[in-house]
Design a protein around this ligand. Structure first.
Ligand code: HEM
Ligand code: MG
Length: 249
């Protein structure tokens, strides 16, 4: 095969044909936010490496190329993300916009402190240790993911005088637990390997070196809703109420 044909094939190949190239941590002037996955996608340059000016096309392409998220779910996520940019008629957001408290960012995160205690965007080893303590064994299932989420809700409610979780926040938190099980896990099993999930949180890097691969087939909203429902059903009834209102809200 001639060199020009090889170069033409390489240029035409979708970016996911490469082993998730270009990873680099954020540098000076780059912004990141409270989502370990979007931070990872920016570190890999699926999203702009500076974390800024992310429009609908960039969002959908990054989610599809890196994670095989389908068009409908990509659009839904963008429609929520854009609400975090306070500028009227905004068409793009930055990863830093996502940290605005009680827009999408919420209390009782799995790996971030509540906004009451300080900036809610940075990975926090102590908070994450509580979450991890419910992931017994090498494989996380829905029971463990639900238990970890509800422990974080109980702890936040007990320690944060301004604890609150709106319906949207609670739904996002269920969605975030479902997302790591689906996108980092074994499709159809509702499980994920603990080391793969930990790797993403701790390194903000796609866990290819642990054997993780881009999900197949495409990830849909229906599947996300299915796993969210299972997590909800495995949540204690009193936590379902706490998760919605907060004792102080
Ligand atoms: C957390 C936004 C895509 C996994 C978050 C948070 C926001 C957010 C605002 C912070 C919530 C909080 O804990 O206070 C978004 C947007 C997305 C997106 C706008 C797409 C445009 C994804 C995807 C995954 C993911 C594809 C797949 C695994 C997570 C997880 C958390 C999270 C696991 C929880 C972090 C924690 O609680 O410490 N996301 N996200 N997100 N996101 Fe994303
Ligand atoms: Mg939070």
């Amino acid at each position: 095969m001639s060199l020009s044909i090889i170069i033409a094939l390489w240029a035409a190949a979708p970016s996911y044909a490469h082993p998730h190239p270009h990873w680099a941590p954020p540098g000076p002037g780059d912004v990141r936010g409270p989502c370990p996955m979007l931070n990872s996608l920016a570190n890999h340059a699926y999203l702009p490496h500076d974390g800024k000016n992310i429009n609908v096309a960039i969002t959908k392409k990054a989610l599809a190329d890196a994670l095989n998220i389908d068009e409908e779910l990509g659009q839904f996520l963008f429609d929520n993300a854009i609400t975090t940019n306070p500028a009227p008629n905004a068409t793009a957001y930055s990863l830093a916009d996502l940290s605005r408290h009680n827009v999408l960012e919420h209390d009782a995160s799995f790996s971030r402190q509540d906004a009451y205690f300080g900036p809610p965007d940075k990975f926090n080893r102590t908070i994450f240790a509580e979450t991890q303590s419910y992931w017994h064994g090498p494989v996380i299932n829905t029971t463990m993911a639900a238990a970890a989420r509800q422990a974080r809700i109980r702890t936040s409610n007990a320690t944060n005088p301004q604890y609150s979780l709106s319906d949207l926040g609670s739904g996002f938190s269920l969605g975030e637990a479902a997302a790591y099980l689906i996108i980092l896990g074994e499709r159809g099993n509702y499980t994920a390997r603990r080391n793969v999930v930990q790797y993403l949180f701790e390194n903000e890097k796609l866990p290819t070196k642990l054997g993780w691969q881009r999900p197949q087939p495409a990830v849909t909203f229906d599947e996300l809703r299915e796993v969210m429902g299972r997590l909800y059903n495995e949540t204690d009834p009193d936590i379902r109420i706490l998760a919605r209102r907060g004792m102080h809200g």
